[in-house]
Ligand binder design. Structure first.
Ligand code: ZN
Length: 147
């Protein structure tokens, strides 16, 4: 009986020691997590500030202000990429069925009958193209199934 009591007493001590360790581990984990969150937050703020600096410099470049040559090079490459981004947008719109205004060159959405930029009517052109497309599809229904 004494042995059993001893056993349970030892077991109890071991368990509470383990619980303590787990508790300490949990505290450690929570503390580390808090510090990590703070660090991530600060890193984000630094990144945002860096981006802000970049945007301010690019704005100066766009306004024709004089900036260091090294920065001007970067700004020029940004400008080229922005132009390409615009072209990609245009290409996607064209693939999706939009058209370019014959008068001003603005992009006209598929469903629009007039150019939103200059008011040039653009409906008939599209209808013709669509009719041709539909006729082609009717002649070749197998192609439609493949899609
Ligand atoms: Zn137009």
């Amino acid at each position: 009986m004494a042995n059993a009591n001893e056993f349970f007493s030892t077991l109890g001590k071991t368990l509470s020691r383990t619980a303590n360790m787990v508790g300490r581990k949990t505290d450690e984990f929570v503390t580390v997590q808090k510090i990590r969150n703070r660090r991530n937050n600060l890193e984000e703020q630094v990144e945002l500030s860096c981006r802000k600096i970049g945007e301010l410099i690019y704005q100066e470049y766009s306004e024709g202000k004089e900036i260091p040559e090294e920065l001007e090079k970067i700004c020029r490459s940004i400008e080229e990429k922005k132009k390409e981004i615009g072209e990609c947008r245009e290409q996607i719109a064209l693939v999706k069925g939009a058209r370019l205004c014959p008068s001003c060159g603005a992009l006209i959405p598929k469903e629009a009958n007039y150019c939103m930029n200059c008011g040039t009517p653009s409906g008939p052109q599209k209808t013709e193209a669509e009719e041709t497309e539909e006729a082609a599809e009717e002649k070749n229904p197998a192609q439609e199934e493949e899609e």
